[in-house]
Write a protein that binds this ligand. Structure first.
Ligand SMILES: Nc1nc2c(c(=O)[nH]1)N[C@H]1C(S)=C(S)[C@@H](COP(=O)(O)OP(=O)(O)OC[C@H]3O[C@@H](n4cnc5c(=O)[nH]c(N)nc54)[C@H](O)[C@@H]3O)O[C@H]1N2
Ligand SMILES: Nc1nc2c(c(=O)[nH]1)N[C@H]1C(S)=C(S)[C@@H](COP(=O)(O)OP(=O)(O)OC[C@H]3O[C@@H](n4cnc5c(=O)[nH]c(N)nc54)[C@H](O)[C@@H]3O)O[C@H]1N2
Ligand code: SF4
Ligand SMILES: [Mo]
Length: 750
């Protein structure tokens, strides 16, 4: 019998797609995007369209496994990348479980839980509970499997807390320092913009469901501008592409504000009603004339002026800024500067105006009910210490009092995604470190696991799904039974809690009850959204109610442009029935300490940061102090068709990413080093080296090179691009600085 189950894609992607899974005789046989979902609109990205290959991959971890040889990929002696992978799938003695050669033996869940609880207890007795470190990030963003039972378990245990800052915390802090919350322009409104800036945002690769709205706007005459050091897919489609030197976005934003203020192109009424610190900003902007900005950014003074004038006058104009600009040493300040722009020109008032970084602030689930931080009190009588995930290498190798003796990894692949890879691996190799990895696949990280536990995919469990790129909530239903002996994060931590003898009721809470309680939050926009309704209706837009309309106005230009009358929510595509566009800041209402958009922030000043905003070049950059001997800026980028390290192991997906394994170079830099297209080259700095294949292809300007994130296992020598990135943290948010890296490159002579 054929049936269709509604699920939601939980991967770490702003789009959080509605997914329809076809089931025949208990097996998934089809997957497609939900046509009814206002943002998914019936299509999926190329990688998730091939999800059946992932769910039914012969490389899935199907059973609990115990290591029987020394840690490390040495368990695959003398094997190259693909061979290793293929060998890793060879059937192992019992029940045909795919096991990487002889590194592991299959054990039962009972044995696995016994061994883990036994080892954890011993470690707690000898070193204290904070010597245990959970390590998780974006494997699934499902509300329950992302952060609920796992948090309860580690809080109750008194384990160290992980500061989850590998991705977005610098940008979030920068954004919030101006507008107070992670709110912004919903994707549906981009169809009504006339001027769209993709700023450090590879929309076509990383946020593809925004693209149709942009195309709709362009059909009506909108202009798309891309500001990115790398000529991305998105840049190739732009009306105007502005390559920018990495880490110089604050300078550009200040230069734009210089022109906008001095030419009186700002919205004086909006500024006076809804912002504070304008005079300070005005004074500061004087220090950034376009000529000076050109020197830092590589964007000509004329282009800075042109961009400022067009952005401020082509209404409505919107900025899609993504996380690209904040993976830089001063990423917080960069984001702060860019966030000031819509506040200055008052574009928050218009449908299709404003800015989008993350919209997750509107979803506000009841996190406390899911995570129960109070359990820490029980274990320790105080909050446990905090360890930053970006500095895993440092934590494993040099943290003391107590040292990390147990690492529990789930929802993450740190041996691929973490900066300063060599240090991470040195730590993971420690024979005295007890490492458990709960995974769907045998990854770079399972190469160092003592115990590997099999994890379900979203096809195999139920969850609640919010989003950071739109305002719709979904329940993701379970479509098939778990494959092999896989367990979801919720069920695995539940079982572990029971084995540890934790008696609290919360460890027995059902999935449905957790969803109910997550939705029962003091967030007015969740009002009326219940599990039952989500199960029936599949997707529900947040209940903005009357606040939808607060101050909404469709400008006369737009009315003409869209055919919409001067009334919100009427005739505008993207909003069905009575829902109207959500304009969070049309009338101010900024949830900042002052209640206004803050061009001047007392809170930043108190923390010793610049209360206005300034540009300082990253130390590790062409203008910085720490680039001596390493003259090229490296962008260690994401792959367009993978998701960080996820999907890189699936042959059908990998085929779509021919650029993987390349080092992209500008002809000038290549020639200066005697390098030709196709040559093998060695990229190196003080932290490490990697051998890649040179591509002299015009994707990067002179002075820059670029490569894509991949599994270490697939690279010759087992190095991954993160051998070159550093553990240095950003100015705000303690985040990673993947895009502030200097290297040198030479021909590789084997
Ligand atoms: N296909 C695909 N989709 C993904 C992901 C993936 O790996 N693959 N990852 C997911 C995740 S975890 C996230 S966080 C989002 C991220 O989505 P994005 O924020 O779009 O991610 P990035 O690719 O890191 O950065 C965006 C762009 O910023 C550029 N950039 C780098 N440095 C600078 C700079 O200093 N200034 C400017 N202006 N631009 C700069 C990069 O070249 C890149 O093209 O995407 C998600 N979606
Ligand atoms: N050089 C470089 N490094 C980067 C980046 C970059 O742009 N360049 N991007 C950074 C960014 S933005 C991010 S967000 C991080 C992402 O880092 P991670 O969050 O580690 O992301 P993934 O690489 O997708 O690995 C997630 C793992 O979780 C597993 N998984 C998926 N679902 C489940 C589940 O339900 N349960 C369990 N137990 N496991 C599951 C997947 O199989 C996968 O191996 O990487 C960062 N690293
Ligand atoms: S990865 Fe992103 S674009 Fe692809 S299906 Fe999932 S949510 Fe949609
Ligand atoms: Mo991310």
């Amino acid at each position: 019998m054929k049936r269709v189950v509604h699920a939601a894609c939980p991967h770490d992607c702003p789009d959080a797609c509605g997914v329809l899974i076809t089931i025949e005789d208990g097996r998934a046989t089809g997957i497609q995007g939900d046509l009814e979902h206002p943002v998914t609109r019936g299509f999926l990205c190329a990688k998730v369209a091939k999800y059946l290959d992932r769910v039914y991959s012969p490389e899935r971890v199907l059973y609990p496994m115990r290591r029987v040889v020394a840690k490390g990929p040495a368990a695959y002696p003398g094997e190259g990348a693909r061979a290793t992978l293929e060998r890793s799938c060879a059937p192992h003695g019992r029940a045909g479980a795919p096991v990487p050669t002889r590194a592991f033996e299959r054990i039962s869940w009972g044995e696995a839980l016994d061994e883990i609880t036994h080892r954890l207890r011993r470690i707690v007795a000898e070193y204290g509970c904070e010597s245990i470190l959970p390590y998780s990030y974006g494997g699934t963003l499902g509300a329950l499997n992302g952060a609920s039972m796992d948090r309860r378990f580690f809080h109750r245990l008194g384990a160290s807390q992980l500061e989850r800052s590998i991705c977005s915390s610098a940008g979030e802090e920068g954004l919030k320092s101006v507008i107070g919350a992670k709110l912004g322009t919903e994707p549906e409104q981009f169809a009504h913009s006339r001027y769209i800036i993709a700023w450090g945002s590879n929309i076509h690769g990383n946020n593809v469901h925004l693209w149709p709205f942009i195309e709709e706007a362009r059909r009506k005459g909108a202009k798309l501008v891309v500001i990115d050091p790398y000529r991305t897919r998105t840049a190739k489609c732009a009306d105007w592409y502005l390559p920018i030197n990495p880490g110089t976005d604050a300078a550009l934003a200040l230069g734009l504000m210089h022109v906008i203020i001095n030419e009186s192109l700002f919205d004086a009424d909006y500024v006076s009603r809804y912002t504070i610190g304008f005079d300070d900003l005005k004074a500061r902007a004087q220090q950034y004339p376009p000529e000076k900005v050109a020197h830092w950014t590589g964007i000509s003074a004329d282009d800075v002026r042109k961009l400022a004038r067009e952005y401020a006058t082509a209404r409505p104009s919107v900025i899609r800024v993504n996380y690209g600009i904040q993976r830089s040493e001063r990423g917080g300040m960069s984001m702060r500067a860019v966030t000031m722009l819509p506040c200055l020109i008052g574009s928050w008032k218009e449908v299709g105006g404003g800015l989008q970084l993350s919209l997750s602030g509107a979803h506000g689930l009841n996190k406390g009910a899911l995570e129960m931080p109070e359990l820490m009190q029980k274990a320790l009588g105080r909050p446990a210490r905090i360890v930053n995930m970006v500095q895993l290498g440092k934590a494993l190798n040099s943290l003391a009092a107590p040292p990390i003796q147990a690492l529990f990894v789930y929802n993450s692949n740190p041996a691929a995604v973490c900066p300063n890879h060599n240090e991470v691996v040195r730590g993971l190799k420690r024979p005295d470190l007890f490492t458990v990895v709960h995974e769907q696949f045998f990854t770079d990280t399972t190469d160092y696991a003592d115990i590997v536990l099999p994890a379900t995919t979203f096809f195999e469990h139920k969850d609640l799904q919010t989003a950071y790129g739109h305002y719709h909530v979904q329940v993701s239903n379970q479509a098939i039974e778990p494959v092999g002996e896989c367990r979801s994060n919720v069920e695995m931590f539940r079982a572990l809690a029971e084995r540890m003898g934790f008696e609290e009721e919360c460890f027995r809470e059902t999935v449905d009850s957790m969803i109910d309680r997550a939705l029962d939050a003091p967030n007015p926009w969740l009002r009326g959204i219940t599990r039952e309704r989500l199960e029936r209706e599949h997707r529900i837009r947040l209940n903005f109610g009357a606040s939808n309309r607060a101050g909404t106005s469709v400008s006369p230009v737009q009315a003409e442009h869209t055919g919409a009358p001067d009334k919100p929510g009427f005739g505008l595509t993207g909003w069905k029935n009575s829902a109207a566009p959500f304009l969070p800041f049309a009338e101010g209402n900024f949830p900042t300490p002052s209640g206004k958009a803050e061009f001047y922030s007392e809170a930043l000043k108190r923390r010793g940061l610049d209360p206005v905003v300034a540009f300082t070049p990253p130390d590790e950059s062409r203008h910085g102090s720490k680039s001596a001997g390493f003259p090229l800026e490296l962008l260690a980028r994401k792959a367009d068709n993978h998701l960080n390290s996820s999907f890189a192991n699936l042959p059908s997906v990998r085929k779509m990413e021919p650029g993987i394994g390349n080092l992209e170079m500008h002809p000038t830099d290549a020639e200066a080093r005697g390098i030709r297209d196709g040559d093998r080259v060695r990229a190196f700095n003080s932290r490490g080296e990697i051998v890649l294949q040179a591509r002299v292809d015009g994707a990067v300007p002179a002075g820059m090179v670029a490569a894509r994130l991949d599994w270490a296992r697939f690279s010759p020598g087992g190095a991954n691009i993160n051998v070159l990135t550093s553990e240095k943290l950003t100015d705000m948010g303690n985040a990673a600085t993947f895009y502030s890296v200097c290297v040198e490159v030479e021909l590789f002579r084997a």
